[in-house]
Design a protein around this ligand. Structure first.
Ligand SMILES: Nc1ncnc2c1ncn2[C@@H]1O[C@H](COP(=O)(O)OP(=O)(O)OP(=O)(O)O)[C@@H](O)[C@H]1O
Ligand SMILES: [Mg+2]
Length: 257
């Protein structure tokens, strides 16, 4: 088998709490290996550390790795700044996308594409790619003139994250509850597009609470997180069991946080 795209061994982290001015332990030994060509789904009760894991991997400044190993393309991510990780092919579609008043979506996307490629992209070239992505995702051009996420509906924010993914073409796309806020038709369309994006040269890490998402993306691996660790891994059948029986029954422990 080819070398892993992402390899986590005993990864521990803390988050800085601005309320208490303290570092709070969150990840408590995450082991996870992702190869290209794979689609991983991460499930788990609220507060188990799923979003934190994604933030740690992207290099969010409030999250610190305290122990363990995290390698992307074989390189320790601790040695890489956030923007370097993005340039190397990591992408996170946020659970709660940020709003930036006064920054038009089109301007933001062009800057993001140029940052990812470390070069200026002529407007003509960018426009061609953008038009193709808008067409594919069924997003109106009017969207581009609006301030980033300002006044966007929940579903529009999520679709904007997926538009970014299509333009940035990451090798590891992490989607944090992209399904939440989407109506049933949008869910089907967005995850059909996500599935089409996946190929032998990239990998997905999809965080979700809902088994129905798995019907669209057909994952190769499903993991369950609890209290800062991945405590169970399997195939799509694992999410069916969670959906039918709940975390408590499947994990054999109390699932409440
Ligand atoms: N900035 C912060 N300050 C304090 N606690 C934090 C901070 N960020 C995360 N946490 C805590 O870390 C734990 C894990 O949170 P995280 O958002 O990773 O959970 P999650 O698995 O994504 O949950 P959900 O399914 O609800 O999205 C929670 O107990 C949360 O309150
Ligand atoms: Mg979360």
């Amino acid at each position: 088998m080819n070398s892993p795209l992402l390899e986590l061994k005993g990864l521990c982290s803390t988050v800085f709490s601005e309320d208490t001015d303290q570092q709070i332990p969150i990840l408590k030994g995450v082991d996870l290996t992702i190869h290209t060509g794979e689609i991983h789904v991460l499930m788990g009760v609220n507060g188990s550390g799923k979003s934190s894991l994604a933030h740690v991997l992207m290099g969010h400044p409030n999250h610190q790795i305290t122990e363990g190993e995290a390698r992307f393309h074989g390189k320790p991510i601790q040695d890489m700044e956030s923007d370097e990780r993005a340039r190397a092919g990591m992408f996170l579609a946020f659970q709660y996308p940020h709003t930036i008043g006064g920054l038009p979506v089109g301007t933001f996307l062009k800057a993001a594409v140029e940052a990812r490629r470390s070069e200026e992209v002529p407007f003509r070239v960018f426009k061609r790619e953008l038009d193709a992505a808008l067409d594919k995702l069924g997003i109106s051009k009017e969207f581009l003139g609006r301030s980033l996420n300002e006044g966007f509906s929940g579903g529009e924010k999520k679709r904007n994250e997926i538009l970014q993914m299509h333009l940035l073409k990451p090798t590891l796309a992490m989607l944090d509850e992209t399904d939440s806020g989407l109506d049933v038709d949008a869910l089907k369309k967005v995850f059909h597009d996500v599935r089409e994006y996946a190929n032998e040269d990239n990998a997905l890490l999809v965080i979700t609470h809902y088994d129905r998402v798995l019907d669209y993306i057909n994952p190769t691996h499903v993991h369950i997180m609890r209290d800062g660790r991945i405590v169970k891994s399997g195939g799509a059948e694992l999410s069916k069991r969670i959906d039918e029986e709940g975390f408590e029954a499947v994990l054999g422990v109390e699932a409440s946080v």
